[in-house]
Design a protein around this ligand. Structure first.
Ligand code: NDP
Length: 293
């Protein structure tokens, strides 16, 4: 219900736009990644629940097959377009500049929107396209010029990938969306973002496989604060200044995951979670330097 929904703080990005600090992730809300009618209906139902829970930032991708369902949920919600923040990502087969433009048109069509707030290169793919992700980045950044894209960014870019696109184009992405959670905090990517003025957006913020949710240190803090482990982990992200996009298909967990703005972790609690980092061994998803999509 609109009157008691949680209001999420926003982070101002380097281009002056504002992004809600918590968004709703749509990976695997469908049984498969097909752009089918049945998936669109299913995803619209799940995303509709997220909108009811108060999410106003939705994270989609060409490769998830969720763009049509996200668009449908938005249309059915009656929520004004300017109250929503919608992200999609360039699929790995679409890195050639002409394919960037063609597939972005299709993204707008699938979403049924006149503009997208944020469009990201999903993976750098340094072992494909003759190692050229720079022309892909230029093509994505150029989309901002025609008014149908508000902000351009990247995802899963390692420090060397970020440095290269900035050096070769002078264009700095507004965000880098990468894996980060208590077991894989990803300090090198965080440092590169800080150095270059790129906002940190954390995907798989709960660990994707949910392992950090059963951690004893997290459980103890949750008990002390009368919060859930997911809330403690998401609060840790919020206090680091991350933009995070947890996914749950269950309405009660959607509500839980966004209700993290009425309590604080102490310095000691933050440090205890910081100490859970397993470094590179904690990574759950693919490695960006070898992933080929
Ligand atoms: P998350 O870290 O968000 O974890 C999702 C898992 O945690 C699901 O199994 C979910 O199950 C469970 N879960 C969610 N909330 C709770 C809760 N409160 N208590 C217990 N379990 C919970 O993983 P994701 O990998 O899905 O990442 C989130 C989003 O990040 C994705 O949806 C996608 O938008 C984005 N992403 C981007 C990537 C990229 O390459 N750019 C890669 C991976 C993700 P259930 O649904 O049953 O509640």
């Amino acid at each position: 219900m609109a009157h008691d929904r949680v209001t999420t703080p926003t982070i101002t990005l380097r281009d002056g736009t504002a992004i809600p600090q918590i968004g709703y992730g749509t990976l695997a809300v469908q049984p498969d990644r097909e752009n089918s009618d049945s998936n669109a209906v299913l995803t619209a139902g799940v995303v509709g629940e997220a909108l009811k829970a108060g999410y106003r930032h939705l994270d989609s991708a060409q490769s998830y097959g969720t763009e049509r369902g996200v668009g449908r949920a938005i249309a059915e919600s009656g929520i004004a377009r300017e109250e929503l923040y919608v992200t999609s990502k360039l699929a790995n087969p679409n890195h050639a500049p002409d394919d960037v433009r063609r597939s972005f048109d299709q993204t707008l069509d699938h979403l049924g929107l006149e503009y997208v707030d944020l469009f990201l290169i999903h993976w750098p793919l340094p072992t494909r396209y003759d190692g050229d992700f720079v022309s892909t980045w230029r093509a994505v950044a150029d989309l901002v010029e025609d008014g149908r894209l508000r902000s351009a960014g990247v995802s899963n870019f390692l420090p060397e990938h970020l440095e290269r696109i900035v050096e070769e184009t002078g264009l700095v992405p507004v965000v880098n969306q990468f894996e980060s959670h208590p077991y894989f905090q990803n300090a090198p990517s965080r440092e590169a973002c800080a150095r270059l003025g790129v906002a940190v957006q954390t995907h798989s913020p709960l660990g994707h496989n949910r392992e950090p949710l059963s951690d004893a240190v997290v459980a103890k803090i949750a008990t002390d604060l009368e919060k859930t482990p997911a809330q403690v982990i998401l609060r840790w992200h919020m206090q680091l200044g991350d933009i995070s996009i947890p996914k749950s298909s269950r309405p009660e967990r959607m509500a839980e995951n966004i209700a993290v703005f009425d309590f604080e972790l102490s310095e000691a609690e933050m440090a205890a979670i910081d100490a859970l980092d397993r470094g590179p061994d904690g990574r759950v998803g693919p490695h960006p330097s070898t992933y080929e999509g």
